[in-house]
Each structure stands twice: as C-alpha cells, then as structure tokens.
Design a binder for this molecule. Structure first.
Ligand code: ADP
Length: 494
C-alpha cells in the first residue's frame, strides 16, 4: 500500500511512523520550505508542491489531488488542519479513485456547519448550549433574539474553526458592532458570513470524547480528554483521564458522544467536543479528523489511533470491542510553540540551532524539526508536543516538569518556560480552572526570570562554542546583556 501524507511538521512524522509499522510506503506531499523538516528526511518518497504559503500549497485541492495521483497513492492522510476537514477534498479524492483516511465527505460537511451539527445533536438527544441559529434579517428582532438568550452571549461563525471569529457580547449596546464584526471575519476566514448566537458560559471546562468507527457500522469511544487550559481559545495542555469527571459523568458524556456519532453515520477517527459547566455538559462540535491531542488517549488506552485510522479506511473492521478499552494511568500533553511569551506570545521565527529531546521514563516527544531546521513564518508556530505518562496525575505533573527541564530548543523563543510556570501553578495542580484560566492568570503576559549565575556561565560556554549569530553579541557591552536579549536566553532556561 502507498500512503500519501498531505501535511507537515510533527503530524506528518507521526503518520510516516505508523506507515513504517504497517509496512506501507509513505509519500510526503510538501511545500518548498518544508524540505528542511524531519518528515522530509524520513518519508520513503517525497513530492514537492512548489510554493511557500499554505494557500499556494497544502490548501490547493487541485494540485494536491494531482500530486496524490502522480505518486500513485492508494490512500491519502490529511493530518490535521489544512484540508483535513474539507468535504470537497475528500470528495475529489474519492472521485479520483483514492481512499481518503477519514470519515465520509457527507459527515465532514455535516459537522463543518456548526448550525447543522447542533440540529443533529438535538435529534440525537444530546444537550447543546442554548442558542439562536435562525437569526432574523431585521436588526431589532435580532437584538430581541439575543436578549432572549441573555447576555453575555457569544457570536460564532457557522463555518468557523480554530477558535477564529468568535465574539463575546456582554451588553445590549455592543451587540450590533460585534455582530457586524463577527460576520465580516466569518466571510473573510471561511467564505460564509452566516453566524449564530450562543449563551456564553463564564467558566466552563472543555471536555472531549475520542470516537472511532469502521465502515461496517461499528462505533466505539476511547473515553475523554480534558483540554480546559487554553490561550485565546487554543488548547495548550491536554490530559486524560479528566480530573473534573467522575465515573457517572464519564459514562453519560461518552454515551452522548456515541449517540451523536451514530446519528452522523460516522466512521474513522473523530472527536466530540463538549463544554462542561458544573456537572452539566453541552455539545459544542464534532471534529472530523485526528486531533493534535490524540497522543494522550493513545498512552492511556494503549492504542495506536493513526494505524487504526489507516486500517479502518481500507474497510477493515475494528479489531476490538468497547469492553476491551480501558483507561490506565494518566497522560498529559503540552504544545511547544515558537513564540515569545515575554512579547505578547508573538511568533518567533529563525533557525533551530539545537534541539535535544532526552530520553527518560514514560516520555514521548512528537516533534517535526531537528537541529539546523528553520521555523518559517508561513505556517502554524507549533514545533512539537511533549507527552508524559504516570500512574497518577500528581506524579505525572512532576514528570512533565522534569521532562521540560531537559527539553532543549535553542535558536528561537519558545513557550517552554511558560509551560513550566503553568505546571507549578497551584490552581492548575488543584484543577481549579476554567477555559479562561490562562487569560486571567497571565493578563499581563509572562516574563521568564533572568538566568541564575550558574545558568549564565553555561550559556556563555554554549555561546562561545556555538555556530550561532555571534556577530550580534560582539557589539554588546556586557555578556549578560547580550544573553538576556539574545534569542538563546529564554530557551536556555528551559
Ligand atoms: P472552534 O471550532 O473555532 O475551535 P469552538 O466552538 O470549538 O470553536 O470553541 C472553541 C473554544 O471557545 C471552546 O473550547 C471554549 O473555550 C470557547 N467557547 C466556545 N463556545 C463557548 C460558549 N458558549 N461559552 C463559553 N466559551 C465558549
């Protein structure tokens, strides 16, 4: 079997590894700058889509389908992001006689429209956040509709995703301005200006359920993940089992996820996302792809979700039943981003002069870059993920902290120090958090402590033996000043 992978970074590496274990050929379809990444080096074959921006490469359905045909692929894995939730892409592949590794184009289209997905949840008897999905065309009536839900409310794009274009409205007087701005953003980002209004929950948690189906109609769940720790609606910490869910809630939320999946005639990997408010949960959306955080489920349930995706796509039956799936221990994932936490988390680009991911007990590093690779401004700033497992959550937080202390990413700014700071936050340790936790705790950003004298000596040693941008440092009056300002300083303290 030949598997084309239309993606980059750590997820492309993850899929190639699954192909290797299955004995299938992996063919990486990649953009020009992505020649300097791990996936390019380890794929069996590569095929270049000339260009840099995602819109000119990974998002071009016509050129991607052509590439898949040219490399004589049998199966196509879209990873996540890019074309992974694009029904037209799944359809185009099927029409070209290739197998899309994911659900049917019909399920993707259904889930991709948040209004249709909500209607599906209603039909399946799954609770949803109170909402208005049929906004009137008369502005006065729109305001009355919003009032009937009550403020605060949130305006969302029907075709939305990636946390983009959501607007919270706290009072009457802000309503029209936010409605207008949400529709405008929705049109620009998703090509459709349709929006809807939902009750805004002030301090919810984000709980999601991993579901999986085969083409014979069997459906299972792999329990929940908690992804409450988010910054600007983007997940950063993900764990399973959720420390906020007891056995009876777990049972009902997993059953609700399966009811929804059944109503959507779902197959392959999917995630049903919920908001948890107290002990009540509400369906939010169905993600029709592999999630970034699938890793924690893999560790706790002892399953390879990517291999399973590839097998199920070929029509094979799920090789086990629900009773065979159990949760063992605790897994935690953190996302390592190329960003400068001291400067409002701005993306940081440049050469990774050194990447060291030391082995240790129950550590997994899913990374897409090695020493010498470049972080470019063209794509998502995620460099990789660190995942740890331990028998208890308490032990696992300590294991993750120790692992991050060993994790070396030099040459650009990363959020590693920030991740460590969150790990030792007492509220996080005690699970006294909501989706707004990071935005509240770090209202003024995060500035890492300056290096200790011992660390400084180490940094100086490293700099003097490095191939890095020394010229930049020669002009600085004191080594300390140079180090504190250098792009190395923060990463060294990791
Ligand atoms: P997207 O598809 O863009 O990722 P989601 O609908 O999945 O958007 O929401 C992303 C995040 O936004 C959620 O995890 C949650 O933190 C927040 N959010 C969404 N809807 C609500 C709501 N009704 N009340 C409070 N927070 C919400």
């Amino acid at each position: 079997m030949r598997v084309a992978i239309v993606n980059r970074g750590e997820v492309a590496v993850r899929i190639i590894r699954a192909c290797q274990e299955l004995g299938y050929a992996s063919i990486l379809i990649h953009s020009t700058p992505d020649k300097h990444t791990t996936a390019y080096r380890i794929a069996d074959e590569t095929y270049e889509l000339e260009g840099q921006a995602a819109a000119d490469t990974y998002l071009r359905i016509d050129s991607v389908v052509n590439a898949c045909k040219n490399v004589r692929a049998d199966l196509v894995h879209p990873g996540f992001g890019f074309l992974s939730e694009n029904a037209a892409f799944a359809q185009a592949l099927e029409e070209a006689g290739l197998t899309f590794i994911g659900p049917s184009a019909h399920s993707i289209a259904l889930a991709g429209n948040k209004i249709k997905a909500k209607e599906l949840a209603h039909k399946a008897g799954v609770p949803t956040v109170p909402s208005i999905t049929n906004l009137d065309s008369d502005p006065q009536k729109q305001l009355e509709q919003a009032r009937s839900i009550g403020f605060p409310c949130i305006i969302k794009a029907a075709a939305g995703g990636g946390g983009k274009g959501m607007k919270v409205v706290r009072k009457d007087s802000e309503f029209f301005e936010q409605l207008e701005s949400a529709s405008r953003e929705a049109k620009a980002a998703f090509g459709s200006s349709t929006v809807f209004i939902e009750k805004f929950l002030e301090t919810p948690r984000h709980i999601e359920v991993q579901i999986f189906g085969d083409k014979k109609g069997n459906l299972l769940h792999f329990f929940e993940r908690e992804c409450t720790i988010q910054r600007r609606h983007q997940k950063i910490f993900e764990e399973t089992p959720s420390p906020s869910v007891n056995d009876s809630l777990r049972k009902s939320i997993c059953e609700a996820a399966l009811s929804l999946a059944t109503a959507a005639h779902y197959y392959n990997a999917g995630t049903v996302e919920f908001l948890l408010d107290g002990d009540r949960f509400y369906f939010m959306e169905l993600n029709t792809r592999l999630q970034v955080e699938h890793t924690v489920t893999e560790l706790v349930c002892g399953v390879d979700l990517v291999k399973l995706q590839i097998e199920v796509a070929q029509g094979h039956e799920l090789p086990f039943g629900q009773a065979d799936i159990i949760q063992r221990g605790h897994a935690l994932e953190v996302r390592v981003y190329a960003e400068d936490s001291a400067r409002g988390f701005l993306p940081s680009i440049g050469k990774l002069t050194e990447v060291k991911l030391p082995l240790g007990p129950q550590r997994r590093f899913d990374f897409g870059f090695e020493s010498g690779d470049e972080i470019t401004p063209f794509y998502d700033p995620m460099i990789g993920k660190v995942i740890t497992w331990a028998t208890s959550r308490r032990d696992n937080l300590a294991r993750m902290y120790a692992t991050l202390c060993d994790t070396v990413v030099f040459g650009i700014h990363t959020n590693i120090e920030f991740l460590k700071d969150v790990l030792i936050n007492e509220k996080f340790e005690r699970n006294q958090v909501s989706t707004r936790f990071l935005d509240q705790e770090y209202q003024n950003g995060f500035t890492p402590l300056p290096p200790t004298p011992e660390q400084e000596t180490e940094i100086k040693k490293a700099l003097s033996s490095s191939q890095g941008p020394e010229a930049q440092f020669e002009t600085k009056s004191s080594a300390h000043e140079a180090l504190v300002r250098s792009p190395w300083s923060e990463v060294w303290r990791a």
